[in-house]
Design a protein around this ligand. Structure first.
Ligand code: SF4
Ligand code: SF4
Length: 372
């Protein structure tokens, strides 16, 4: 049974989670953007701020209310906490009789993620398939994922680059959370609908100052989500998209987009599902100490596809085509799901405003292989 909590319920939520030993990570303002960081008190949230986004642009703006979660998504996603950008895999130290290897990963942080959007919850489920459901289970990801407590906040507003509704990944989370909040802001009312997803979520919810929700409260929460659906600035038609891309590998649109793309890799860094990494080994100047690190990599770098003497994807055309066809086609063969959840980050944070929905539409409208 959902409950209704007052607008300061995050204060009680943080207390309950901190008492259980969680490090609470949530939205904060830094460098004129909403980014994730540790939040110790409710005042750390971007209260009264929103974001305006479009292809290649992002701006923070004051709202005329005290919304705690009145923005869409920023440049970061939760992947940096579950699949860190740099992970120490092992250390080796020279000893008098050889060398000693230490491959321990250290203590696992216990994160509570506050303000997970539905698209990002689906992105975590996509990364679960990559890191947990194949023949090799990634130990760093598994330990962090198992320890994480997830508080969803369903979207009450969407940005111009959002298209989760057409990807069926939002803006309302259906499962996979411990607690789900919907911030109700209408006609001077400011409260949260609180829904429970797990037993540990129920334990935490018992420490929030809630009353039982009635049909009117649930309808108000749905109105917020419907408003977000109506505000979405983009859509993607995914019907037959895998076959469309497979039969259009030589479409001239790839040349068109390659002429605009800088191969900067921003889209892959901000994407909550991209998972490419590389392994680097470094030694100190004495040669007595060596470390092996895993670092995020991108299919947009020449080095990523370098194999004995050359790069398999030497051109921007081949890299953009690889990225988009992997996201929307080969990912389906590999992981039985799309690699795109419609969060819109790659559109907002592309310095030249390349828009994955527009690129798909351009190929759909001039489908070269249709009928063959
Ligand atoms: S491809 Fe773009 S819109 Fe899709 S999940 Fe990645 S960043 Fe979000
Ligand atoms: S599509 Fe945009 S963000 Fe991605 S590599 Fe090209 S220029 Fe950079």
């Amino acid at each position: 049974m959902p409950g209704v909590a007052p607008n300061n319920c995050v204060h009680f939520l943080l207390n309950a989670l901190q008492r259980r030993g969680y490090t609470c990570i949530g939205p904060t303002i830094r460098d004129a953007a909403i980014v994730y960081n540790e939040i110790r008190t409710e005042q750390d949230l971007p209260i009264g701020y929103t974001d305006e986004q479009d292809g290649g642009t992002y701006r923070l703006k004051k709202r005329d209310d005290e919304a705690r979660f009145g923005y869409t998504v920023g440049p970061q996603s939760w992947k940096q906490y579950l699949f860190p950008a740099s992970t120490l895999l092992m250390k080796a130290q020279r000893t008098p009789d050889g060398f000693r290897v230490d491959a321990s990963s250290g203590p696992t942080p216990r994160y509570a993620f506050i303000g997970v959007r539905a698209c990002d919850l689906n992105a975590i489920a996509v990364q679960d398939r990559t890191f947990l459901k194949g023949p090799y289970v990634d130990p760093t990801y598994k330990a962090r994922r198992d320890a994480a407590f997830i508080v969803v906040v369903n979207c009450g507003q969407a940005g111009r680059t959002c298209f989760c509704a057409s990807m069926e990944t939002g803006p309302m989370a259906k499962a996979g959370y411990d607690l789900a909040l919907t911030e109700i802001l209408e006609s001077g009312r400011h409260e949260f609908l609180v829904e429970v997803g797990t037993e540990r979520g129920a334990e935490v919810a018992r420490e929030l100052p809630t009353r039982a929700a009635d049909d009117g409260d649930s309808s108000a929460a749905l109105r917020m989500v419907d408003r977000a659906v109506a505000q979405m600035g983009r859509t993607m038609n995914t019907a037959g998209i895998k076959e469309l891309l497979y039969r259009n590998m030589e479409h001239p649109r790839w040349e068109d987009v390659a002429a605009r793309c800088l191969s900067c890799a921003n889209c892959t860094m901000v994407c909550p599902t991209c998972f490419c990494s590389t392994v680097e080994e470094v030694t100190d100047l004495t040669g007595d100490h060596a470390e092996r690190w895993r670092r995020w990599d991108s299919c947009f770098t020449a080095a990523h596809s370098y194999i004995h003497g050359g790069s398999v994807r030497p051109t921007t055309l081949s890299r953009y085509r690889q990225w988009m066809t992997h996201k929307l086609a080969t990912w389906i063969d590999q992981f039985e799901t799309s690699g795109c959840v419609g969060c819109g980050r790659c559109i907002t944070w592309c310095p030249v405003g390349i828009d994955i929905t527009e690129e798909v539409r351009a190929i759909q409208e001039t489908d070269h292989g249709k009928g063959h």
